[in-house]
Design a protein around this ligand. Structure first.
Ligand code: MEV
Length: 425
């Protein structure tokens, strides 16, 4: 009989008991268990305070992207990512931007939106009126749940109400617009929405179902621009190629998805390094990219009168430097220290700048030699290491594979054996 995944009380077991259950379920070896239970700076104790049913922690390489000059200030950018070439490309993109004076980034106020969904009202527009009429009261009720935020100058700033047509008829949606300051803010606004909801029911006689943050954080926008001299990207032809690459993305959602994926390579790597909610960032970015009813690129590239490149990026970036994993995950704390950002707004500006530099590096490679050359070198390196090459053997195996144009495990093994055979003679 196959083992069952119905495990009542699993969450109450100790860490080692849980690991034992999983070991038996999945037939893990002692070595597998050793891998699973070995931790780095994030201890099991901390991990268990972060999520449920912990059986280990997961590590990723943490790299530093260099060359970033943002709003006249130098930054070293911590990036956590599994994909080869991303950190190198970000550094490279930043170097090109630096030649034109760096990246200029400006984030809006840190406003998050919480939605309260009111249903089952016979006269939705009158219900909307009744809610709007109570705006000051809503503000007082919402602010009462977070006096610290209010003291810091944050709190609810506005209330908007709209009637939407849904497959189940009209609904009245209230937006609480909250300045969350240095927090990512989902928790703060969810609490406010839950507090306000019963009043909305009382005033309208309707039924509230959902009370939750919107990840389409379009009041928390970052704008970034940069000027890149054409010489920095390899000349007029490449600069034009980059503009053509952008135009392709602007005209075709299949390309826009990949274009934006390249931007998110940079943004999510910084998000992981600093303990952000990466899913919220992705959801916000892609919803914003589709805000005009068609999926579009988050950046644009054009030439100025001199033939130099002008890049522009605009997207929501909802991040925090207080609360959540930014504080509990020790690596996130150190990453924030490396960045030296003082506010969530500054972090958002840096992340937007990384996104645009990452995008530039990708488009430059795509518009010239293609991305496989750089990728292949790193890929070859990983393969060489995985077949056991050490010290100078790594470079020799990599160079041989690249020369022969065959980047495979069997080839790496064959070359390694050849080198070792030669050396043992
Ligand atoms: C690969 O991770 C990202 C790229 O595909 C982005 C792009 O095509 O613009 C290179």
């Amino acid at each position: 009989m196959s083992p069952t995944s119905r495990l009542p009380g699993f969450h109450k077991l100790s860490f080692s008991e849980r690991v034992k259950v999983v070991k038996e379920f999945a037939g893990l070896s002692d070595e597998d268990v050793e891998i699973l239970t070995k931790t780095g700076s994030l201890s099991i104790e901390i991990a268990e305070r972060m999520i449920e049913n912990v059986i280990g922690t997961l590590e990723l390489p943490l790299g530093i992207a260099t060359n970033f000059l943002i709003n006249g200030k130098d930054y070293l950018i911590p990036m956590a990512i599994e994909e080869p070439s991303v950190v190198a490309a970000a550094s490279n993109g930043a170097r090109m931007c630096r030649e034109g004076g760096g990246l200029h980034a400006m984030a809006s106020e840190q406003l998050m939106i919480a939605q309260v969904q009111l249903t089952k009202v016979t006269n939705p527009y009158v219900a909307a009126y009744k809610i709007l009429e109570k705006k000051e009261e809503i503000i007082d009720i919402a602010n009462s749940v977070d006096p610290i935020l209010v003291k810091l100058g944050g709190g609810i700033k506005d209330v908007e109400v709209k009637v939407i047509e849904s497959p189940l008829g009209p609904m009245v949606i209230t937006h609480l617009i909250v300045d969350v300051k240095d927090a990512m803010g989902a928790n703060a606004v969810n609490t406010m929405a839950e507090k306000v909801a019963p009043y909305i029911e009382k005033w309208t006689g309707g039924k509230v179902y959902l009370r939750i943050v919107s990840n389409l954080a379009d009041r928390r926008i970052v704008r970034v621009w940069t000027r890149v001299p054409k010489e920095a990207v390899g000349g007029k032809d490449v600069a034009e190629g980059i503009v053509y690459a952008w135009a392709f993305a602007a005209a075709d959602p299949y390309r826009a998805a990949t274009h934006n994926k390249g931007i998110m390579n940079g943004i999510i790597a910084v998000a992981l390094a600093t303990g952000q909610d990466t899913r919220a960032l992705e959801a916000g970015a892609h919803a914003y990219a589709a805000r005009r009813g068609r999926y579009e690129p988050l950046s644009r590239w054009e030439l100025d009168e001199n033939g130099d490149l002008i890049g522009y990026l605009e997207m929501p970036i909802a991040v925090g430097i207080v609360g959540g994993a930014t504080r509990t995950n020790p690596i996130a704390r150190v990453s924030l220290k490396i960045l030296g950002v003082k506010t969530a707004k500054e972090l958002a500006e840096v992340m937007g700048a990384v996104g645009l530099a990452q995008n530039l590096a990708a488009l430059r490679a795509l518009a010239s030699e293609g991305i496989q050359r750089g990728h292949m070198k790193l890929h070859a390196r990983q393969i060489a290491i995985s077949v056991g090459a050490v010290g100078d053997e790594v470079d020799i195996v990599v160079n041989e594979m690249l020369k022969e144009g065959v980047i495979r495990y069997d080839k790496a093994k064959e070359i390694l054996e050849r080198i070792r055979g030669r050396r043992s003679k």
